[in-house]
Design a protein around this ligand. Sequence first.
Ligand code: SF4
Length: 491
Amino acid sequence: MANYLLTKSSFVRGVQCQKSLYLYKNFYKERDTVSYQQQAVFNRGTTVGILARQLFPGGIDVTPESIFKYEESAKRTQELIAEGKEIIYEAAFIFEETLVAIDILVKENGSWKALEVKSSLSISETYLLDAALQYYVIKGSGLPLEDFQMVYVNRDYIRHGAIDLRQLFIRESVKKFAEKKSNFIKEQIQISKATLAQDHIPEIKIGEQCFHPYSCDFMGTCWKGIPDNSVFEIGGMTKRKMFELYHQGLVRMTDIPDTLEISPSFRIQIDAVKKNEVIIDRKGISDFLKTLHYPLYFLDFESFMPAVPVYEGSYPYEHIPFQYSLHYKDTKGGQLSHKEFLAETGIDPRKVFAERLLNDTKEKGDILVYNKDFEKKIMKDLARQFPEYRDALRERISRIKDLAIPFAKKYYYSKIMQGSHSLKAILPALAPDLKYEELKIKDGNTASITFESLQTETDLFKIMEALDNLAAYCKVDTLAMVKIMEVLEQL
Ligand code: SF4
């Protein structure tokens, strides 16, 4: 039996919702599954944490073999401190039945400092709360801390040559904040321990806390009773407004009276559900189509975003493009052709990506993308990195048009879209025959994580399979745009 009840993550969970804490401890298996994307975020945090250790090299790592052995880590930490060791990684402490581990514990000029590493570009409210808890527990367990610092990624760092860790990471003291929060932490620990001592699930109703600061992983349990087409599916509405309606008893969109003053975008979504019909603004669609000129390119990029810049001249979390799919149609109803690019793994893909893209789009014609900010940002970064292509890339940017506009503006809305105008959401409404389900890779995030993971993969078969899956996925995205365009033209 462990001699602690709470950990940093369960404490933060309790601050978000005591029911979530109780369910986590007593009904762990009921949790919603952790997505591939969430797992990738966790892994990234671990990798960045290990890299940051090199700010203080030569330390002793007390990471336990399994999460069930943190008590041993805490014991070992105390032994190492007593032995006079001055750098400890993943040092663990227990106080008031609460366990915390700190990424780096270091003694400088005779004083102890704790450093918590985050792979993010800024310090969030939750990170501050993490830090306040860690500070409280470490101090409470008897170690005098001269400082508590957050270490996070410097968004302004640009890689030149080998990674410069002192430039890549920002160190910022949060000790004052942690000290101020100590009463709150003490109270919250007591509240959480009282909750865990209960023999029943706390009666807490769903609310904004289900989404803040994290999407709760017990939504599958607590939100079971919320019907389809509820007010929670109204795209663009704040959670506050959704709950305001919900607490007035307006749970389904059909419960919302026509007299209720509400924005036109919300009204369209509600009408689509109430009337069970597709809402179409033909004039809006027609005006949009008049802005497009054949020949048309249908273009989609895929990118990955390494937290630590991998390539010369790149910055943290820069979108590194590695793939595009390009359909081309010279006239309305004309022949469709396709070109694509998929980078080799293990090399900097940016230059060859830019060259191939410029070559494949050199003929005149509007370039249709879906949500233009992403493609434009990538082209601008390429123009910055490769001045020799700057003018040509700017010329391509000037030809970009956004196919998302008619859907963002609700010129076409079906309840199937469930309040979203993403490509994946509108496709089942406009071109139901074209499906992502049969693909191994079904979304951009998975494509990104897959390609990033290939950078260190050595198994050739795995690489080949992943590249095939990536190629199949990206092609469907631009084919979807072609089909959507055809539907708009018919309308
Ligand atoms: S889904 Fe909401 S109410 Fe349920 S445990 Fe999570 S935060 Fe609490």
